[in-house]
Design a binder for this molecule. Sequence first.
Ligand SMILES: *[C@@H]1O[C@H](CO)[C@@H](O)[C@H](O)[C@H]1NC(C)=O
Ligand SMILES: *[C@@H]1O[C@H](CO)[C@@H](O)[C@H](O)[C@H]1NC(C)=O
Length: 213
Amino acid sequence: MALIRSRGGAAGVLVGVLLLVSVASTSAMMVDLAAVLSGQGGFSEIIKVAQNANRTQWPSAFTFFAPSNGAVKKYSCLKEPGQSSIAGRVLQYHMLTAAYADAAIVTRTSKAPWLAYTALAGQRLNITNKNGKITIVGNGITAKLNKQDVVSKSTQSVQGIDKMFIPTTIQNVCGIKAGSTSSTTVNARRSRLLEVAALMVGLASVGYFYWPW
Ligand SMILES: *[C@@H]1O[C@H](CO)[C@@H](O)[C@H](O)[C@H]1NC(C)=O
Ligand SMILES: *[C@@H]1O[C@H](CO)[C@@H](O)[C@H](O)[C@H]1NC(C)=O
């Protein structure tokens, strides 16, 4: 009896040590995007989205294309606690996993007609430079680089843009149909029912669902 108990204790200690190690290494990898953006005037809306977001997946080195307050406005639901997963997903469309300062982007794009980077969410961000004016196309949406080097550190770069990259596969972020210029506000209850239906077929785990009509 005593032997069994002491073996259990040793195993418990071992599990405890492993847990500590894994927690420590996870937090070392994670960067708090909201903290990086904090205090940046003109970006208070995306900061709130970043504070709300499921932030388990930020790389330690990144370039983040930060949408302006005006761009975030119509997706204000991303600030609500119930939307943390989709908020996390949406932020990943705006992030590259290496830090490029504005100057680096300009230099690179002036040497090629366009450059395609892969965002953290896996989609392409296609960057072009026309006479020094940088345009970024993501998910079929064209954004202008309009505030350069909001943050410029060796491992973190934040560049301001005037749009949000919401893909057409996400048909219902804050009740707005992707691709439509006017916001189609949907009935909240119908939206909730769809959310439940999406959960049931497992789509909610990837953070989005199709809008079938
Ligand atoms: C955050 O995202 C990770 C990975 O996608 C997931 O495993 C985790 O459950 C999410 N956490 C919350 C609180 O939604
Ligand atoms: C990037 O944009 C340019 C200019 O619009 C286009 O010609 C090119 O095919 C695009 N590349 C990718 C990989 O989307």
